[in-house]
Design a protein around this ligand. Structure first.
Ligand code: UDP
Ligand code: MG
Length: 321
């Protein structure tokens, strides 16, 4: 446990993945530090520098000089947010861990509320957005459609309108640390571990500075990740699609044979032939594609590589027990 401190003696860790966030970090840490000062417990902040190309690491080190609560995990390259988050969780030692974005879209001021609900006995306290400001209707619409879809096809309940901003109890973090898959759909993993969960509503602000690293291609890939790591329903879809096509083709063949026998058949028939070939070819390719998505992921998992490599680790001054 943490330094003997006022109040509960518990330690809160805050995990912050940061990729090219130099512009925002000083403002972010200012707001976060003010919130942590007001908490009745000790706190550490684990910043994960996810291979940033800008001055993020320098800024973090400068912040760490002045604030002993800061630890920095410096990854060897950019591994992506999901893995950066995992690296942070691995290094967090708190009795509870808050995961928050560095771009101030998640207000640090909500942390005391998350802590309060945790102390009431919930293991996962997620922040639920009531408004999405500074986002286009298209992003809102696609996000909604995605949640609806994944809800229907998978067995885990992934709450809508939540990001990664949440608090996890120690046992929830330990459970999560056992899930070492390469393809990490964090929202799904958070939901998969179960434990008593609760929501706290908040308004999501537009990004403070810098630019979002997300675009539709990345979002599409995230959606694919979410679906393939939480359900094999698309494989079933491929099966049924194949079955339906085969039945259709069979019926059509019977019809063609019947027609040829009863009415005779001149050389024609080229159009129907082409239609059938193209259709069957299309369905086969689609089915193969679906299977390929899963095979590719199995390939990645079987390599058994570590999730990330750490270049440097700068611990905080907070003593662990
Ligand atoms: N991030 C990261 N690695 C990446 C991309 C993003 O660590 O490869 C961090 C980023 O610094 C920020 C958080 O993940 O703290 C959320 O990123 P962003 O704001 O770009 O995503 P959005 O809010 O648009 O979903
Ligand atoms: Mg953001």
């Amino acid at each position: 446990m943490a330094q003997p401190l006022e109040g509960t003696g518990a330690l809160l860790s805050v995990v912050v993945p940061a990729y090219d966030e130099a512009e925002v970090l000083p403002a972010f840490h200012g707001r976060l530090a003010a919130v942590l000062d007001g908490l009745p417990m000790a706190a550490e902040v684990v910043y994960v520098n996810d291979g940033s190309r800008d001055a993020t690491l320098v800024r973090l080190q400068a912040l760490r000089e002045r604030d002993g609560r800061i630890a920095i995990v410096d990854l060897s390259r950019n591994f992506g947010k999901e893995i950066a988050l995992t690296a942070g969780l691995d290094h967090a030692r708190g009795d509870a861990v808050v995961v928050i974005d560095a771009d101030l879209q998640d207000p640090p001021e909500l942390i005391p509320e998350l802590v309060r609900v945790w102390q009431e006995g919930h293991d996962v306290v997620y922040a639920k957005r009531t408004e999405r400001e500074g986002e286009t209707w298209l992003k809102k619409f696609t996000a909604l459609a995605f949640y609806r879809l994944i809800q229907r096809v998978s067995h885990v309940h992934i709450p809508e309108d939540t990001g990664d901003f949440r608090l996890l109890s120690r046992r929830a973090v330990d459970a999560l640390k056992q899930l070492r898959e390469q393809h990490r759909f964090m929202k799904g993993l958070f939901a998969w571990i179960g434990f008593p969960q609760a929501a706290v509503a908040y308004r999501r602000d537009p990004r403070y500075a810098g630019t979002s690293k997300w675009n539709y291609w990345r979002l599409w890939n995230l959606a694919l990740e979410g679906i393939t790591s939480f359900t094999t329903a698309p494989l079933k879809l491929a099966t049924y699609l194949g079955l339906a096509t085969a039945l259709g083709a069979f019926a059509y063949a019977a019809f063609v044979i019947y027609k040829a026998l009863v009415f005779g058949e001149p050389v024609r028939g080229y159009p129907s032939l082409m239609v059938v070939i193209l259709f069957l070819g299309g369905v086969q390719l689609l089915t193969l594609g679906v299977i390929g998505e899963y095979v590719g992921r199995m390939f990645n998992e079987t390599k058994g590589r570590p999730l990330y490599l750490t270049k440097d680790y700068y611990p905080s001054d907070i003593r662990a027990e």
